[in-house]
Design a protein around this ligand. Sequence first.
Ligand code: NAD
Length: 249
Amino acid sequence: MKLDFTGKVVLVTGAASGLGKATATAFSAAGASVFLVDVQEGVQAVASELGPKAAGHVADLSQLDKCADIVAAAVARFGQLDVLCNVAGVAWMDHVANVTPQRWHKLIDINLGALFFLSQAALPHLLERNGAIVNVASSAGTQGQAYMVPYSASKAGVIGMTKAMAMEFMHKPVRINAVAPAGMKTPMTAGGVVVPPEGAEMDLIVRYHGFREMAEPESIANMILFAASDAAPNLHGSCLGVDQGQLAG
Ligand SMILES: NC(=O)c1ccc[n+]([C@@H]2O[C@H](COP(=O)([O-])OP(=O)(O)OC[C@H]3O[C@@H](n4cnc5c(N)ncnc54)[C@H](O)[C@@H]3O)[C@@H](O)[C@H]2O)c1
């Protein structure tokens, strides 16, 4: 199946790295104009590599009152918006006792709040274009993961928000779905951020490392494109688990 996004405009968050970069690249290869958003300046270089039908935009998604400006900038640049892909996210591991209100709010704002407020601003444009929203959740949103309580809570929130928004827009021309990967080979898992905290009980962690090899981000990007495409007209309010069998049993 060849997915064609020629004439479509797609906003991708988290596009400087990992899954967001792979998603922006795949949409671009499928003919879309792509508006790439990230807090890292490197997003400009990624956009340049994709050519004239791509634009980079540096923004911090933890500033929820700026989400509407991001959508407005995308529409100002390309004249319309067909697809919103909420990919950006942060993750870290720590004991429940060490989570401060500041760290809690920052993670929840980036992983959940920004998805809501970007969707809120994007929906009027998406409704004009029979568009789609694809949110990136995680297997951690369904499976409780020790030492990742705020992250698991945020991703469970993404799944709940996707379903509730799909219900509210049931009679409107827009499709709203989520994709939930398990382990992916991205900078998020390669770096020194998502590491067990000192004193962690390792038997609680090994069970969510999974049996199969971690996914390449390009394979998850393909699922995002499918969910956003005309090939999936009946997909609405779904969370596609793409987790190499992690939640099979
Ligand atoms: N890597 C995994 O194993 C895995 C598994 C399941 C779900 N996910 C989810 O996939 C998504 C992509 O993660 P990834 O693995 O590509 O990680 P990544 O760290 O490579 O990419 C995340 C991107 O989000 C951006 N970002 C972070 N905070 C931001 C902010 N405040 N404002 C704007 N941009 C910000 C980062 O700069 C980065 O470019 C995330 O939502 C993550 O939770 C990842």
